[in-house]
Design a protein around this ligand. Structure first.
Ligand SMILES: C[S@@+](CC[C@H](N)C(=O)[O-])C[C@H]1O[C@@H](n2cnc3c(N)ncnc32)[C@H](O)[C@@H]1O
Length: 209
């Protein structure tokens, strides 16, 4: 018989509490320890659990969980755990039998929903933590591209990597989805975007024609 899961990896949606699922709320309610970024912990202000605020450093998260062995831990992640989250290293370290994944509403889903588009044919690229591999060659021809781009350099990476091919796409800059500060801007290649983009930004590229 496997070990009882003691680590819930909980997808908390794109940010607004309306986008937390009931399953996420239930999983968090059972936890004795909550681990996550401050803005995710803030989704559960009344929770009596021990709150461990962590930044994106994975070792810090793994250490926090290790030190609470035997306790019911909920690790809060943005969006869905299956997309560029801490879930992978946590499962690798502690084993799948000790982890339970609670899906969440991804920021990618929220972006396509706002634009009224399906995303069956979308390529999803993670430019959040660092410049991604693959480069532009593998993106050529993609009908839709979603770029997780909340890092200061992500937009530069996108422009450099796609180059002139950007002109083949409508480019939607989706910031702070579901939050009061949500903003969706259409950007034309060659024009200047005169502001610092939010650390919660997705670029959605839709092929013209
Ligand atoms: C580490 S990834 C996590 C993705 C997350 N697991 C998901 O499913 O949305 C962080 C990236 O998610 C995107 N993101 C998260 N919340 C967002 C929001 N409210 N609006 C726009 N983009 C968001 C940004 O692209 C950010 O760079």
């Amino acid at each position: 018989m496997g070990l009882t899961p003691t680590i819930a990896i909980v997808g908390c949606g794109p940010g607004h509490p309306d986008y937390l699922t009931a399953a996420a709320v239930k999983a968090v309610a059972l936890a004795e320890v909550l681990v996550g970024a401050q803005r995710l912990l803030d989704l559960f202000p009344q929770h009596p659990a021990e709150m461990i605020r962590v930044d994106a450093k994975i070792e810090q998260v793994l250490e926090a969980i290790t030190l609470r062995a035997g306790k019911r831990v909920a690790v809060l992640v943005t969006g869905d755990p299956g997309l560029a989250s801490l879930a992978k290293p946590i499962i690798r370290r502690f084993g799948p039998e000790r982890c339970r994944i609670i899906p969440g509403i991804s920021s990618v889903q929220a972006a396509f929903a706002r634009l009224g588009l399906d995303w069956l044919d979308a390529r999803i690229i993670d430019a959040h933590g660092k410049d991604p591999d693959p480069g532009a060659d593998t993106l050529t021809g993609a009908a839709k591209i979603a770029v997780l781009g909340g890092r200061a350099r992500s937009f530069e990476w996108l422009k450099q990597t796609m180059g002139d091919r950007l002109r083949d796409y409508e480019i939607h800059v989706c910031e702070d989805l579901t939050l009061d500060s949500e903003r969706i801007t259409d950007w034309q290649p060659g024009s200047v975007l005169e502001r610092t983009l939010s650390s919660r930004t997705i670029f959605i590229l839709v092929k013209r024609g």
